[in-house]
Structures are given as C-alpha cells and as structure tokens.
Design a protein around this ligand. Structure first.
Ligand code: COA
Length: 170
C-alpha cells in the first residue's frame, strides 16, 4: 500500500520504475559498497531473494522509496532471515538524499518500517550500522532503539515492537 507522508511526498514500494532513483540515492550514501544493488534487485524478484547467501535466504525482503515530484528522495527496506528463529526483522539499506535531510523524512521512513514489522508479526526490529553513521545512530536512539553487542565493526540497534507501540500510544 502507498502511504502519503507529507504534502507531495509518498512512500511506496520499490518498483522497476523507481529502481534507478533508488540506485542513485544509495550510491550517494554508500559509494563503497555495491551490495545494496543486489538486495534491491532481489526484493523485486522473489526467486532471487531466496538465493542471497549473505542473508542465508530471506523469507521476506521488501524495499520502499520516498518519492517527491517523481524523484526518489529516500529509500528504506526490511528483511527477515530464514535461518534465524528469533522473530526479528532487520532494516535494509536506508538513506535520505542529502538535500532532503534534517526534515523528518528519515524518522518517518524508520517508523514506516516499524509499522511494517508490526504487520509482519515479528517481535522486534533491528539494524546493523557503523560508528561513522552518527546521524542514523541518533535517529535510532531517538526512536527508542537500544544498542547491543555487534559483530566486527558493526553496531546493532534493536527495538521491541511492543515498546514502540506503547510509546506511540502514550
Ligand atoms: C540517517 C538519515 C537517513 C537520517 O535522515 P534525515 O531525513 O536527515 O533524518 P530526520 O530529519 O528524520 O532526523 C531524524 C534524527 O536524525 C538526527 N539528525 C538528522 N539530521 C541531523 C543532523 N544534520 N545532525 C545531527 N543529527 C541529525 C536527529 O537526531 C533527528 O532527530 P530529531 O528529529 O529528534 O532531531 C540520513 O542522515 C542519511 O541518509 N544518512 C546517510 C546514510 C545512512 O547513514 N543510513 C543509515 C545507515 S544504517
């Protein structure tokens, strides 16, 4: 389902039509990694999604784009890995185009993923990030995500869906 965020900004599922815009946004944010391109493509093709060895195969993989005036200004995603049975969904590659940052869109994208995680019936939403992504870390903390032990150079932040819901309703 498409979701109107603010006047003129829509959050909608990634499609082949918006793929090029999503590619540009992610290349701007993560120029040293091309792995996001495989993940975007796999999210559009359920057969490929099963074959991402890095993720152990996903039983859910979806990306969304924030679109304004036909331009992609933000990207986010969510995946659930088959091989882990901890009922956790993970946030995929996420960015807001530099010219659109600091206006609340990043927060809205992550809240969109939290509500998708709730609909998916998982207990928590987690994300890998790294220390240099200080704005993202601030964003996750301000949404209630708690830092936990990460792997190698990664940090992991995790939010219980029930806690997020309780905060939202208070
Ligand atoms: C992280 C990112 C998506 C945030 O997008 P955004 O649209 O600027 O975020 P928002 O405007 O919703 O701001 C959300 C929070 O981020 C922080 N933030 C945003 N802009 C900031 C800035 N210029 N300086 C410091 N903190 C900032 C604030 O804590 C803000 O919380 P607040 O609303 O309580 O003030 C964006 O900075 C980005 O694309 N960064 C590069 C890619 C990246 O790091 N992706 C995540 C990797 S895991």
């Amino acid at each position: 389902m498409n979701h109107t965020y603010d006047t003129g900004i829509r959050i909608e599922p990634l499609s082949y039509r918006s793929l090029r815009g999503a590619y540009r946004a992610l290349r701007e944010a993560f120029p040293n990694s091309g792995r996001w391109y495989c993940d975007l493509l796999a999210s559009l093709n359920p057969c490929k999604r099963l074959g991402i060895p890095r993720l152990g195969g996903c039983d859910f993989l979806q990306y969304w784009v924030a679109v304004k005036s036909h331009h992609v200004i933000g990207v986010t995603g969510m995946y659930v890995v088959n091989l882990t049975y901890d009922n956790t969904a993970w946030i995929g590659w996420t960015t807001v185009r530099e010219s659109s940052r600091g206006q609340g869109l990043g927060r809205h994208l992550i809240e969109h993923v939290l509500s998708q995680a709730k609909q998916h019936g998982v207990d928590c939403l987690a994300v890998y990030t790294s220390p240099q992504h200080s704005q993202a870390i601030r964003l996750y903390r301000s949404l209630g995500f708690q830092e936990e032990q990460g792997r190698e150079q990664h940090l992991v932040f995790r939010e219980m869906i029930a806690n997020w819901e309780a905060r939202r309703q208070s």
